[in-house]
Design a protein around this ligand. Structure first.
Ligand code: 2BA
Length: 108
C-alpha cells in the first residue's frame, strides 16, 4: 500500500473529493497553509493499493488546475516596503504530490 499526500488549491478540493469517491478511493482532507504565499490550501491524504497509485494520480492531475497568483515583493522582503515594487506573478498548483510507502494499514 502507498500513501499519497497531495497539496492542492482550495478551489479544486470539492471536485477532487467527488471524483476520488466516484473512482472508489478513500481520502481525507486537511486544511493547510503554503509556506511561500502563506495562503490556505488543502492537503489530501489518500491510502491506495500500489497498483492504483497511477489511477489516483491521474484523477488528481485531471481535477487540479494551475493558476496564476500575484505576490507583492514587499510581502517577501519587508525591507523593500518603501520601494515602488510591482506585484510578481507565480504559478500555483495544480498539485504537489508525495507518494510514501505504508508499513501497515488497519481499519477497526
Ligand atoms: P506555497 O508555499 O504557498 O507556494 C505557492 C507557489 O509559490 C508555488 O506553487 C510556487 O509557484 C511558488 N513558490 C513557492 N516557493 C517558492 C520559492 N522559494 N521561490 C519562488 N517561488 C516559490 P507550487 O509549487 O505549485 O506549490 C503549491 C503549494 O504546494 C505550496 O504553497 C506548498 O504549500 C506546497 N508545496 C510545494 N512544494 C512543496 C514541498 N517541496 N514540500 C512541501 N510542500 C510543498
Amino acid at each position: 500500500m502507498k500513501l499519497i499526500l497531495a497539496i492542492i488549491q482550495d478551489k479544486d478540493s470539492q471536485q477532487l473529493q467527488e471524483k476520488l469517491v466516484k473512482g472508489g478511493f478513500r481520502a481525507t482532507q486537511l486544511p493547510s497553509t503554503g509556506g511561500f504565499l502563506k495562503a490556505g490550501n488543502c492537503t489530501f491524504i489518500i491510502g491506495v493499493e500500489e497498483e492504483k497509485v497511477d489511477e489516483a494520480l491521474a484523477i488528481i492531475k485531471k481535477n487540479c488546475h494551475t493558476r496564476s497568483q500575484y505576490v507583492t515583493p514587499t510581502f517577501l522582503m519587508p525591507e523593500a516596503a518603501s520601494s515602488l515594487a510591482e506585484p510578481i506573478e507565480v504559478q500555483v498548483g495544480g498539485a504537489t504530490c508525495f507518494i510514501l510507502p505504508v508499513d501497515k494499514f488497519v481499519r477497526f
